[in-house]
Design a protein around this ligand. Structure first.
Ligand code: UD1
Length: 417
């Protein structure tokens, strides 16, 4: 089993490029099934979740190959609406294949998706969207079966904000007969990026980035050439690491417009931040201050995925930080591990209260989910001595060669095994 060994106490300095967005890549790759052509996705990150999605694409009949950071998907041949259960369960966003395969094939039966354990992750909103488009949906024995002789446009009123359900709703609507209006849509930048790709493929969709999305169905889509947006959570993680360890880092290919609340929290902690175009610079010379309350919200609020790494950065900040997680029920799996490193955190339901400590110490710790693992890295960089982080398979889902990125910034980090 691989382990990430980090010897803390070194400040970070230097420049690194931000990878393409995991949460952008996965729905884009699912969307490519809707086209009857060849799509190219540039800036596609090399991640295990992307690899699993490629396996799904190949299984349903697409030809896929990589050339540098570009992934080519040829969906022009016949497509079969089947995905092995193990692949479906290997990641949460496999659920986005529901509407893509249903739209392309007229029926689909898939095992319920897996992904990180963040508490219950129901699919009722996905089902609601597909039913609103005229699909017959049944759920039994851990499977969802959908059938529709032809999807037809309709009104999809989402009662709660869901990124994945919004993506499924859009993908179901783009080739449906007639027009669709989606209300209560999630506004994440990854949805705007999905819309941009679909438009270059010939879809008539507008409004992404707002809570009302309009789609006019078209008969066919063509392949398109698309550059995947920058990963705002990977950017937030590196910024949290630099805040935690101190020093000065420069991120290239970042999108500061998508990072607003994260940058604000880091500023409140005493970091100096500058943006110029797609470059973000963070420097932290003075001791950190607690940022006060941080509440996770759907975009454009503070992202739930940035909660664990920012919490880790706050462990040594002077004062008390209150973090309230409103999106997922079980998103504090990193807390017991941070306690082993000497943190002072108390959790109760959705709230974690962090009291700044003077020092953290290296320990043997395990990641239990992707962003929780990132939190352990951020804490390890500021801890005295050596930390050995297990559970790297979670981090491999979302971070391209994290140890190398950290070394490029001067950290002592090594992946063993
Ligand atoms: C996406 C992101 C994930 C991020 C999350 C919230 C991808 C691949 N993943 O996940 O990194 O943490 O957005 O920003 O883009 N819900 C329901 N019923 C549903 C669907 C969701 O109740 O049918 C609930 C969820 O349990 C959760 C909340 O809605 O409490 C938000 O989930 P959602 O936005 O759907 O997250 P994902 O799309 O799975």
């Amino acid at each position: 089993m691989s382990v990430l060994k980090i010897t803390g106490g070194r400040s970070l300095s230097g420049s690194v490029r931000v990878q393409g967005a995991k949460n952008g890549a996965l729905p884009l790759l699912a969307a490519s099934v809707l086209t009857e052509g060849i799509s190219v996705f540039r800036n596609c990150p090399a991640l295990s979740d992307v690899q699993a999605t490629v396996q799904i694409l190949r299984h349903v009949g697409c030809r896929v190959y990589r050339e540098g950071d570009a992934l080519w998907v040829d969906a022009s041949g016949p497509i079969r609406p089947e995905v092995p259960d193990a692949l479906m369960r290997s990641l949460r966003s496999s659920v986005i294949f529901l509407s893509a395969l249903l739209s392309r094939c007229g029926e689909v039966s898939l095992a319920l998706p897996g992904g990180c354990e963040l508490g219950p992750r129901p699919v009722d909103l996905h089902v609601l969207a597909l039913r609103a488009l005229g699909a017959e949906v049944t759920e039994a024995g851990g499977r969802i079966c959908c059938r529709a002789a032809g999807l037809r446009g309709g009104r999809i009123d989402l009662p709660a904000v869901s990124v994945g359900a919004t993506e499924n709703a859009i993908l179901g609507a783009v080739r449906a007969e007639g027009s669709t209006v989606i209300t209560g849509a999630a506004r994440e930048p990854e949805i705007v990026d999905l819309q941009a790709y679909l438009r270059s493929a010939g879809a008539l969709v507008s409004g992404a980035g707002s809570s009302v999305i309009r789609v006019r169905g078209v008969e066919k889509l063509r392949g398109a050439d698309h550059r995947i947006l920058s990963d705002r959570i990977a950017a937030a993680t590196i910024l949290a690491a630099a805040a935690s360890a101190g020093g000065s880092v420069r991120l290239y290919d970042a999108d500061p417009a998508c990072l607003g609340p994260v940058l604000q929290v880091l500023r409140n902690m005493g970091c100096r931040l500058e943006n110029a175009g797609n470059v973000v610079t963070l420097s932290r010379k003075e001791p950190l201050r607690a940022p006060g309350s941080v509440i996770t919200r759907p975009y454009p609020g503070f992202p739930t995925d940035a909660q664990p790494p920012i919490m880790a950065a706050a462990l040594r900040a002077e004062g008390t930080t209150v973090m309230i997680e409103t999106i997922f029920e079980n998103r504090f799996s990193h807390v017991p591990e941070l306690l082993r490193m000497g943190a002072d955190i108390r959790t109760s339901g959705k709230t974690a209260v962090i009291r700044g400590v003077e020092r953290l110490r290296g320990a043997e710790v395990s990641a239990a989910d992707l962003r929780g693992g990132a939190a352990l890295v951020v804490a390890a960089l500021a801890a005295e001595g050596e930390t050995r982080i297990h559970g790297l398979r979670y981090m491999d889902r979302g971070y391209e060669d994290l140890a190398l990125t950290l070394r490029e910034l001067g950290a002592e980090a090594e992946r063993i095994g």
